[in-house]
Design a protein around this ligand. Structure first.
Ligand SMILES: [Zn+2]
Length: 188
């Protein structure tokens, strides 16, 4: 009977490995903020999946997708969460980070015209500029307004956002050279 204990230990290790693998895969797949079209009013809404809880359920193979946050809550908190079908269909496509990264693809900065190559979100996040030429950062924009803003704003690189913010906040310290008058030609 000496062989039973090692077999049980191996079975437990395999079970634990599979559970951890399922949990971490589910967590990575469903974490993060997402933009969906609310089936109730057909307008964009920002949601988050309860990724931690769903991951724990996935560990034992009985996960059920549900939300932990929605921009329409608490008003619509009792909704049927039908938008989860959109997330199940394409979990990555509705991620806010995917949508924003795609918006920069193949585009250039409205000020310096430098194309956006690899984006460094952690230290040099790019920004946007509105029609009044005010640059804004993504964290100032509510996620449910993302698509609206993408249609009205232009992309701006981090360097130009910092320079323009300084120019706006400290006009007395900025001396414009004549050549800079054409900088914003793309916005006219
Ligand atoms: Zn630029």
């Amino acid at each position: 009977m000496d062989f039973i204990l090692p077999i049980l230990a191996i079975a437990a290790a395999v079970f634990l490995f599979v559970a951890l693998f399922r949990a971490s895969r589910t967590y990575l797949e469903f974490r993060g903020e997402r933009l969906i079209t609310c089936p109730e009013n057909h307008k964009p809404a920002a949601v988050r999946v309860a990724a931690g809880k769903v991951a724990l359920e996935a560990a034992v193979g009985s996960e059920q997708l549900r939300l932990s946050a929605c921009s329409r809550w608490p008003e619509k908190q009792g909704c049927g969460q039908e938008c989860l079908a959109q997330i199940e269909d394409s979990p990555k496509a509705c991620l806010v980070s995917t949508i924003v990264n795609r918006w920069y693809e193949g585009r250039s900065c409205a000020y310096c015209h430098k194309p956006f190559a690899e984006i460094h979100w952690h230290d040099h996040p790019p920004a946007l500029v509105d029609r009044e030429r005010k640059t804004v950062q993504w964290n100032e924009i509510p996620v449910d307004k993302l698509q609206e803003v993408m249609g009205t704003h232009l992309p701006v690189c981090w360097n130009c956002h910092i320079a323009e913010s300084f120019r706006r906040e400290h006009p007395e310290l900025v001396v414009d050279r004549p050549a800079t008058s054409s900088r914003l030609s793309i916005l006219h």
